[in-house]
Write a protein that binds this ligand. Structure first.
Ligand code: HAM
Length: 414
């Protein structure tokens, strides 16, 4: 029997990754322009890191963590997200009192029920700004989100934003929500009853219409947070509402326990049920929770599989491709030297060498199939005369004979 990949852990083939590479190259320019530097942390961490950060009552830690005992009987887990590891790394290096603008990317693991846009191994690109108190950092991150969406051609999206206040506000709101819901517990769906017990704030996220109807008369976050928090949130919305669809959503609490302050998500209707392609917020308490000193922290992470779905590559310039075909009987070192010289002369062009002894016709067919715009053909005759054939693969099919020096000149100017 053939071995299959694990459920929810898809392979990514070259044709899938074409879109990923476009996304990654655009993103690296944005990170560069914001002076944000890359950090890489391990895929495996101690399980305690996630229970103390993402939270024991969260679905992510409770039900979705890939945890196992290593050979030393220590409980370790595949990371379900990146923020906890970044804070762990900074605390470990005793750099909590410095300022950091960091980004990271890589696979994350959550044992969820796979469906469209939801995987067990998925990828995130995250940004964490550490050491910056509430204020301009939030603006800078929302600006970055807008720039990312613009650069990759996403216009049809909504930013949902909320303010969770400080710890006390969150706790008071939570208590008030529990007192409000408890008399109605029998009207709640089973899933929401479980949430009410384990993590009451998550009831706000419920997809059940009856729960949402009930919540309409329930307590509102806005009544628990300070006036300055309300004004801050409103100012962000006012600043960006000319540039994008940004809306305060009082039911936005996010699925990770570490947030306080501003939280946000970007959603797109084009994605179907799993519509959030980016999420983040402030989590100033995490450093202390992990044994470090006080450190402000705010950031977000993009779900790469989801944002890739939205990438509009039609309008993006694709690199030019040229086929390199050796059609002679014998390949000698002079032939391949031409390919070397071409690549050194202009490495913006993809030179796709056919690497086969097939007939000229079949090699040309392959170059066409691979979307080459031109082909450079070297047969025995051309080799003898130090020439190549330059063939236009568009409908005109024109071709000309060029010396090896001329072909380099032409190739450089493409
Ligand atoms: P999160 O909302 O759990 O936040 O994940 C961020 C994004 O990862 C989501 O918006 C979604 O696009 C993507 N995502 C999550 N789970 C899956 C899945 N099973 N399959 C595919 N995509 C998925 C965090 O992880 C926080 N660490 C973000 C953050 C950074 N907050 C502050 N800094």
């Amino acid at each position: 029997m053939k071995i299959q990949s694990l459920r929810g852990m898809p392979d990514l083939f070259p044709e899938d990754l074409e879109r990923w590479h476009i996304f990654e190259s655009k993103l690296s320019k944005i990170f560069h322009s914001f002076n944000t530097s890359e950090i890489r942390t391990p895929l495996l961490e101690s399980t305690e890191l996630f229970s103390r950060s993402v939270g024991n009552s969260s679905d992510i830690v409770n039900k979705e963590l890939y945890s196992f005992l290593d050979r030393n009987e220590e409980s370790i887990s595949l990371r379900p997200e990146g923020s906890a590891s970044v804070i762990r790394a900074i605390v470990q290096k005793k750099q909590e009192q410095e300022k950091h603008k960091l980004w990271y990317q890589g696979p994350m693991f959550r044992y969820e029920r796979p469906q469209k846009g939801r995987f067990r191994q998925f990828h995130q690109v995250g940004v964490e700004y550490l050491g910056f108190e509430e204020g301009i950092a939030e603006y800078e991150l929302i600006s970055m989100v807008l720039q990312i969406n613009e650069l990759i051609g996403i216009s049809d999206y909504t930013i949902k934003i909320n303010h969770l206040g400080d710890n006390l506000a969150k706790e008071n709101f939570c208590n008030s929500l529990v007192s409000f819901l408890e008399p109605h517990v029998n009207e709640l769906h089973e899933k929401d009853q479980a949430r009410l017990n384990s993590n009451p704030l998550r009831v706000l996220d419920s997809k059940e219409q009856s729960t949402q109807a009930l919540l309409e008369d329930g307590p509102k976050f806005q009544d628990f947070i300070s006036d300055s928090s309300k004004i801050f949130l409103q100012n962000i919305v006012d600043t960006y509402s000319d540039h994008c669809d940004i809306q305060i959503d009082q039911s936005l609490v996010r699925g990770l326990d570490y947030y306080t302050g501003v939280v946000f998500e970007t959603v797109s209707k084009k994605l179907g049920a799993q519509d959030a392609f980016l999420g983040g917020g402030r989590y100033d308490n995490l450093s202390k929770q992990l044994g470090g000193k006080d450190m402000h922290a705010v950031g977000f992470a993009i779900g790469v599989e989801r944002i890739i779905e939205l990438l509009n590559i039609e309008n993006m310039k694709q690199p030019l491709k040229v086929g390199f075909i050796i059609s002679g009987e014998q390949i000698n070192k002079k032939t391949y030297k031409i390919a070397d010289d071409l690549r050194s002369a202009n490495n913006n062009i993809i030179l796709d060498a056919s690497l086969s002894n097939g007939s000229l016709k079949s090699q040309l067919r392959r170059a066409n199939k691979n979307n080459c715009s031109f082909a450079i053909i070297i047969g025995d005759e051309e080799l003898k005369n130090d020439q190549v054939i330059w063939k236009d693969l568009s409908e005109s099919g024109e071709q000309e004979l060029l010396t090896s020096k001329e072909v380099i000149e032409k190739y450089t100017k493409l």
